[in-house]
Design a protein around this ligand. Structure first.
Ligand code: ISE
Length: 335
């Protein structure tokens, strides 16, 4: 039977997910929506024949809703995720899991008490074919034990409300998560450096170079550039003891003309990670149909929030900050 899904937050990303459910995915239907902007909720709901709920809590409590997608404003995530756990309903939550470490911990405590996983985090890169091939290469032993992960995360531009700290809390969190996934390791300390500012960046400290020391002694270096103009360019390389694995370019062809060669670079995250979004929801639907969750967990959301928060501290202090994580509950096995 088709999984009956409710979506909380029908802004840009919520609508993107709804389109994916309507046009591409099987085994689930969006039957309920809610948004702080009631008119927006009505409009989006009417277009897909879904019921509209005044609050996220009402949507979660509704009998017809079997599973929930939380795509609302970041500061509201934890409260909706907690309500889903209390109702025993599977929940897909966009990053961040929560903006504060305390709220993330409340989710970990509630889910651990529940006893089985209900929460899946929207770290879609784990479902990207290129990163998966990179992980398989590392696991196969072809490049020897991994020593360094270098990530480049380049956005052509960011909206006016984007702050300097967002480079860590909104953008680098993806690289933090994928580095943990690739290296099977946890972060131990973080240092953040900024060169002179990109003059295109409206005064933002952009780009940033973040160095994370992992518990095993491996290093993670992440460049975040958020006003680089030319395209949405995601770079990644793992240096091992006897080899290197690098994300290939994503263009299907190379065009040679006028004495040069050319290959397309994606315009935005939709183009670059479209297939990964579809794959993450396929996995979520299959897991939620039997009352669970797949892939990135609340633990992964917690580590991302602690790490990016320590990075924000490191920007302010100009120093290396230690990343203090609680012990990983048994519910969250290694990646
Ligand atoms: C945005 O929120 C995302 O999640 C994108 O993947 C990322 O590239 C962008 O920098 C973020 O602002």
């Amino acid at each position: 039977m088709s999984l009956q899904v409710g979506v909380i937050g029908v802004g840009m990303i919520g609508q993107d997910h709804i389109r994916r459910f309507t046009n591409t995915l099987a085994g689930a239907s969006i039957i309920a929506v809610s948004d702080v902007d009631a008119k927006q909720a009505e409009k989006v709901g009417a277009a897909i024949n879904a019921n509209t709920y005044t609050t996220g809590e009402e949507l979660i409590a509704a009998k017809e809703v079997e599973a929930v997608i939380v795509a609302s404003w970041g500061p509201t995530h934890a409260r909706y995720v907690l309500a889903c756990i209390a109702a025993g309903k599977p929940c897909f939550c966009e990053k961040p899991l929560a903006e504060t470490v305390e709220d993330c911990e409340a989710v970990l405590d509630a889910e651990t008490k529940h006893g089985t996983r209900l929460v899946q985090l929207g770290f879609m890169r784990r479902f990207d074919a290129q990163y998966q091939a990179m992980k398989e290469t590392i696991q196969s032993g072809q490049i020897g034990a991994p020593l360094i992960f270098q990530g480049g995360h380049r956005n052509p531009s960011v909206p006016g409300y984007y702050t300097a700290n967002n480079a860590l809390t909104d953008t680098a969190v993806h690289d933090i998560d994928i580095a943990r996934y690739l290296l099977d390791d946890e972060p131990a300390a973080i240092t953040v450096k900024a060169p002179r500012k990109n003059s295109r960046g409206n005064g933002l400290a952009d780009p940033l170079l973040t160095l994370i020391e992992m518990r095993s002694g491996a290093l993670v270096a992440i460049e975040t550039s958020v006003n680089i103009g030319y395209a949405y360019d995601i770079r990644g390389e793992v240096i091992g003891e006897s080899g290197v694995v690098t994300l290939a370019e994503t263009n299907p062809v190379v065009v040679k003309t006028n004495g040069g060669f050319f290959g397309r670079v994606p315009a935005d995250w939709r183009e670059r990670f479209g297939d990964a979004f579809t794959a993450e929801f396929r996995a979520w639907i299959a897991a939620a149909q039997i009352g669970g969750a797949a892939g990135p967990s609340a633990w992964d959301g917690y580590v991302a929030t602690v790490t990016s928060g320590s990075g924000v501290k490191a920007i302010a202090s100009g120093r290396r900050e230690v990343i203090a994580l609680r012990d990983r509950p048994a519910l969250y096995s290694l990646h």
